[in-house]
Design a protein around this ligand. Structure first.
Ligand code: C2E
Ligand code: CA
Ligand code: CA
Ligand code: CA
Length: 278
């Protein structure tokens, strides 16, 4: 109620603080930012632990603001969701990912890109046709694009979201369940969701060496996911110690600062050359 009130009377509220002003400013600036293509994607590699090769990249959006420099998504995604701009932004993100995949394909780099999709995007009736159209327009094979979705995004708008994801899975796209184990781990639904991958939240990975309980949850999650024929990705891997644990536990893929921070597309070819050389 506080948030709704603050949003509604923001204009006339004498107690406006810096965060409110920033939020108001960003909201106003979104339209121009989209029109001027100020959003860019940075790419973080996902590494297969069996072959020790890069199998794909997660695309993470950044706002290249002409005055403020690079703005990270934690600052603007929730504002974009509240103001409805997430629809336009989400479409731009998918367009950027498809164009990058097409460009990499031309250079001989055969890879995949996973994009984050917000619940609001997923609840749009034309979401699946928009995605398939973008893939067709850029000539990118469907299996190269993956969607990262949180469990609440699927369950909140149940029928629409599930129908869209089933359409896209049938068309060949991958779908990952993101942030698994943040808050609560929804083991009960796992079997019935239209996903083929599970991403273990970096909050759990960070606790691997501190918390016995969290280590058990990670091991159990990996075991259960395999029984359900899901691929398992650990995100936020920062240390060699975490890597050893995850390998022993049977994790399939890892992603994190231990290998690379998210990087601009121009740095990806060089990263791949360096990675294969080591
Ligand atoms: P996420 O999907 O959980 O993405 C992982 C976040 O962890 C990214 O932050 C990434 O840069 C960061 N990260 C990766 N490896 C490590 C590590 O080893 N250690 C630590 N401490 N952090 C690591 P980023 O890029 O700031 O993105 C934050 C969140 O914003 C994402 O969390 C995702 O929920 C959202 N987001 C990013 N791009 C998009 C987008 O295009 N659309 C939507 N709807 N949301 C996005
Ligand atoms: Ca993600
Ligand atoms: Ca996460
Ligand atoms: Ca394996």
């Amino acid at each position: 109620a506080k948030r709704a009130g603050r949003g509604r009377y923001r204009f006339f509220d004498p107690s406006l603080n810096v965060a409110d002003v920033q939020e108001f400013y960003l909201e106003q600036a979104f339209g121009e930012a989209l029109a001027k293509h100020q959003f860019v994607l940075h790419y973080q590699p996902q590494i297969d632990l069996d072959s020790m090769s890069v199998t794909g990249y997660e695309a993470l959006v950044r706002w290249k603001h002409p005055d403020f420099g690079l703005i990270y998504p934690d600052r603007f995604i929730s504002i974009a969701e509240r103001s409805g701009f997430i629809i336009g932004l989400g479409e731009e993100v998918i367009a950027l990912a498809c164009r990058q995949l097409a460009a990499w394909g031309d250079e001989g780099l055969d890879t995949r890109v996973a994009v984050n999709v917000s619940a609001i995007q997923l609840s749009q009736p034309h979401f699946s046709s928009m995605v398939l159209r973008q893939l067709a327009e850029t000539g990118v094979e469907t299996w190269r694009l993956e969607l990262e979705i949180t469990e609440t995004a699927i369950l909140e708008k149940e029928s629409m979201a599930i129908a869209s994801l089933e359409t896209l899975r049938a068309a060949g796209l991958g779908v990952s369940l993101d942030d698994f184990g943040s808050g609560y781990a929804g083991f009960a639904h796992l079997q019935s969701l239209p996903v083929n991958k599970l991403k273990i939240d970096r909050g759990l990975i960070a606790q691997l060496s501190n918390s016995h309980d969290d280590s058990l949850i990670v091991s159990f999650t990996i075991t259960l996911a395999k029984r359900l024929s899901l691929r398992v990705v650990a995100e936020g891997v920062e240390t060699a110690e975490q890597l050893v644990y995850l390998r022993l536990a049977g994790c399939d893929l890892v992603q994190g600062y231990h290998f690379s921070r998210p990087m601009p597309a121009e740095q990806v070819a060089e990263f791949e050359r360096g990675f294969h050389a080591t």
